[in-house]
Design a protein around this ligand. Sequence first.
Ligand code: SAH
Length: 221
Amino acid sequence: MGRGIDFVSERARMVDRLVRSGYLKDPTVRAVFLAVPREAFVRPEDRAAAYQDVPLPIGSGQTISAPSMIAIMLEEAQLRPGERVLEIGTGSGYHAALLASLAGPKNVVSIERKSSLAEWGRSNLASVGFADVTVVVGDGSLGLPDRGPYDCILATAGAPRIPDAWPRQLNPQGRIVAPIGSSPRAQVLVVASRRSDGRLDVREGTPCAFVPLVGAQAWPK
Ligand code: SAH
C-alpha cells in the first residue's frame, strides 16, 4: 500500500488545509510539518492515509494523533531552538520528530511505557534522520528527573490531573502542554506555565480525546 503516492505533494496539501482551517498560524511550526514525513511514522497499511487529518492506530491500542491536534499543541508549546523538551508518550515518534525539528534533536527526550512502541518509535525516528532524539522506556507520569530540567513537558496521553512530578522538573518559565480530564477518554488541552514563585499559571483550551496516561501518578493499569 502507498506505493506510487506523491507524499511530498500530499504533505504540502495537508499543511495548506491546516493553514486554511486556522490550526497552523506560526510559520516555524508550518515549516516543520513540511519537513517531517508522516508516512514514515504510520503502519505500512496506513501510509495512503498518512496525510488525512485523523488519528491512526499504531498498535497496542494506541494512536498517533491527528495533525490538527499536534499543530495546536506545537503552537501552544512555543518552542525555541536549544530549549529542552520532555515528551510523554513516544508512540510512533512522529510528534517527537516535529519537536526535534523545532528544538534540535539532541534537546528532545521522549519517554514511552511500552517497550515495543519505544523500539518502533526509535527506529522510525532514526529512519528519517532523528537518531539523536533520546527515547527512554519508563513511566512518564513521574517525568524523567535525571535528564531534566526541561523548558517544556508535553504529554500525548491524557491524565486525570497534572502529575506532581512534572512542575518540579521545569525550568523557570517552563511550560507543560497536556491533555487533562476526569474521564480516561475525554480531556481539555491544558497549558501551564511556571511562575517565578514555582506555582503554575494554568489555562484550559481545546477539548480533545487522547489515549489514557497509565502510571503511578495517572490512571491505574
Ligand atoms: N506522541 C505519539 C502518540 C502516542 S499515543 C505519536 O506521535 O505517535 C500515547 C502514547 O503514550 C502511547 O504510546 C502510550 O503507550 C504512551 N503512554 C501511556 N502512558 C504512559 C506513561 N505513563 N509513560 C510513558 N508513556 C505512556
